[in-house]
Design a protein around this ligand. Structure first.
Ligand code: UT7
Length: 338
């Protein structure tokens, strides 16, 4: 006797809502000029950044993440109690543990949800997006909140001009739900990690290798350290490579992409990657000028910017690409259904 199986109906995941939050306080290039030996012209020319938002003391990643999730839920018009899973991508959790996802669950009032944090630096949001999509595609869950949130100002050395000018604080959140008739949603992804780049972009102190001591503080091991030039080259090459692989596998070229949303680390990295892909600048989302690099926050913030400015419309073919500490690389292809 054989089991009677129902015909396979592929459930797909779609982004059904998007929200964001940045703290109100601005840190402009002119403010940084008073803190380190830098100037507005250098920062704008070399990075494209004009200002970034930073938190007041006492405001943590879970606060930003919760506000972004609230915005996302309000736009969808549903209650927090309907959220089944909360995934928080971050490298600046409120604490080593509990997971920031737990703190967000409580602040949001998402009773009955489960979830966890995911650490993949600037690719964190794309990785969490795929994990969330798989939970929806498997049929296990119908409402998954995916949040990219970082308070980078908490791990920056504001005497190091090579890093402190680059980053800002912010959070973006999307809700994932199953697609409905005629919708496509998330299509495919290509991810890669390469730990040989670990020491080119990292925060050495505070983990199990170098637990916090007076010495780790004195040696500034609790701050971001980066070899900017090395990271720059790999970022362009790998984002373009994985994006190309993803497009080719799906029978697409850059011409078919309506909107390219890359990680916002440096305007020159974004433009060089787009150039390699043959993507015209008018289809590339760039909002780094206003937010700087918010690490896990950049891609949802950029999608939010693109949707509000009318660059991202229902039915658009969208390519997302990321590169970050690890190294971590990600590329995602989707159809925008909002
Ligand atoms: O999101 C995660 C991934 N991260 C990234 O993708 C970041 C990748 N790297 C970058 O975006 C760039 O490498 C930086 C923006 C970090 C640096 O830009 P760069 O064009 O690579 O500059 P550089 O490090 O080669 O420095 C050029 C010059 C140096 O002076 P000398 O040696 O030529 O006299 C630096 O000391 O610029 C100097 N410099 C600065 N000058 C004014 C470095 N930082 C600053 C500054 N203001 N803030």
């Amino acid at each position: 006797m054989s089991l009677t199986l129902k015909p396979q109906v592929r459930v797909r995941a779609k982004i059904s809502s998007i929200g964001m939050y940045v703290p109100p306080k601005l840190l402009r290039n002119a403010d940084l000029e008073k803190m380190v030996a830098t100037n507005d012209q250098w920062i704008v020319e070399r990075t494209g950044i004009r200002e970034r938002h930073i938190v007041e003391p006492g405001v943590a990643t879970s606060d930003l993440a919760t506000e972004a999730a609230r915005d996302c839920l309000a736009k969808r018009g549903i209650e927090a109690s309907e959220v089944e899973v909360i995934l928080v991508a971050t490298v600046t959790p409120d604490m080593m543990f509990p997971a920031t996802a737990c703190l967000v669950q409580d602040k949001l009032g998402a009773k009955g949800a489960w979830g966890f944090d995911l650490s993949a630096a600037c690719s964190g949001f794309l990785y969490a997006l795929q994990v969330g999509a798989k939970l929806v595609e498997s049929g296990a869950h119908k409402k998954v909140m995916v949040i990219g949130a970082d308070v980078m100002s908490s791990i920056l050395d504001y005497t190091d001009r090579s890093t402190c000018i680059l980053f800002g604080d912010g959070a973006g959140a999307v809700l994932l739900e199953p697609t409905e008739e005629g919708e496509v949603g998330l299509v495919d992804y290509q991810h890669e990690i390469d730990g040989s780049g670990a020491c080119s972009l990292y925060m050495p102190g505070g983990g199990s290798l170098h637990p916090s001591t007076a010495e780790t503080v004195e040696k500034k091991m609790h701050f971001v350290h980066q070899e900017g030039g090395a990271v720059f080259k790999v970022a362009v090459r790998k984002m373009a490579e994985l994006s190309e692989t993803l497009l080719t596998r799906n029978g697409l070229t850059a011409e078919d992409v309506d909107c390219f949303v890359p990680h916002q680390a440096n305007k020159r990295i974004i433009l060089a990657t787009a150039d390699r892909l043959g993507m015209p600048e008018e289809r590339v989302v760039i909002n780094i000028g206003e937010y700087g690099n918010t690490t896990a926050g950049t891609i949802p913030l950029a999608m939010h910017t693109a949707m509000n400015s009318g660059c991202l419309k229902k039915g658009d073919t969208v390519l997302l690409a990321s590169f970050g500490g690890g190294y971590t690389v990600g590329a995602t292809l989707l159809r925008w259904e909002l």
